[in-house]
Write a new protein. Structure first.
Length: 166
C-alpha cells in the first residue's frame, strides 16, 4: 500500500500549523506516478488509510481535497517533458497522510518550487481552475512551503480538525 512511518514525513512538519511532531498517532505515504490514473490511486490509498485509522466518516471531504492536490501536482508541478499522460511513467508526486488525535493533515509533495496559484474566477461553470478554492472550502486550513536539501520541490498541505474521540 504505502510507506508507514515518520522518516519521510519529517520535512513536511516544517511550515505546518503548530503541532507536536512527537504526538503523531499515525502516518502513511505513497509515491504516485506521473499519470492521471494516480488520482484514483490516491483516493484508494486515502480510503484504505482512513478506514484503518477509523476515520472513514471524514472520507468524502478528505478525498475531495486529496484529489485536488494530486491533480494540481500532476498538472502544474511536473516538468514539461514529463507531463502526465495515460499509462506513462515518470517523476512522481508523493501523498502523505498524518493523523494527530484531533487533526489530520494531507500533504502532497511535488518536484516544483513554484507556489500554487489560486485563480480568482467568478465562472463556476468552468471545467477547471477551482481546485484550491475547493481545498480552502473543504479543509480547515491549507498552505504550502518549499523544501530544501535533497528533497527539493514543495509541499502543499491541508489540515482537517477531528472531533475528539468519545
Amino acid at each position: 500500500m504505502g510507506t508507514n512511518g515518520s522518516t519521510m514525513l519529517q520535512p513536511l512538519r516544517q511550515g505546518l500549523p503548530p503541532l507536536d511532531p512527537s504526538a503523531v498517532c499515525d502516518a502513511a505515504s505513497r509515491a504516485l506516478p506521473a499519470r492521471y490514473e494516480a488520482v484514483r490511486e490516491a483516493r484508494q490509498f486515502t480510503r484504505a488509510t482512513l478506514d484503518q485509522w477509523q476515520l472513514g466518516d471524514r472520507f468524502d471531504d478528505v478525498c475531495l481535497v486529496v484529489s485536488e492536490l494530486v491533480t494540481n501536482a500532476l498538472r502544474h508541478a511536473l516538468p514539461a517533458t514529463s507531463a502526465p499522460r495515460a499509462c506513462e511513467e515518470g517523476p512522481s508526486v508523493r501523498l502523505h497522510l498524518m493523523h494527530w488525535t484531533e487533526r489530520l493533515v494531507c500533504a502532497v509533495r511535488d518536484p516544483s518550487q513554484d507556489s500554487p496559484v489560486a485563480r480568482d474566477t467568478d465562472d463556476f461553470s468552468a471545467e477547471s481552475g477551482r481546485g484550491l478554492f475547493l481545498v480552502d472550502s473543504f479543509s480547515d486550513s491549507w498552505g504550502w512551503h518549499p523544501l530544501a536539501g535533497t528533497l527539493g520541490g514543495k509541499v502543499v498541505w491541508a489540515l482537517f480538525r477531528l472531533r475528539p474521540a468519545g
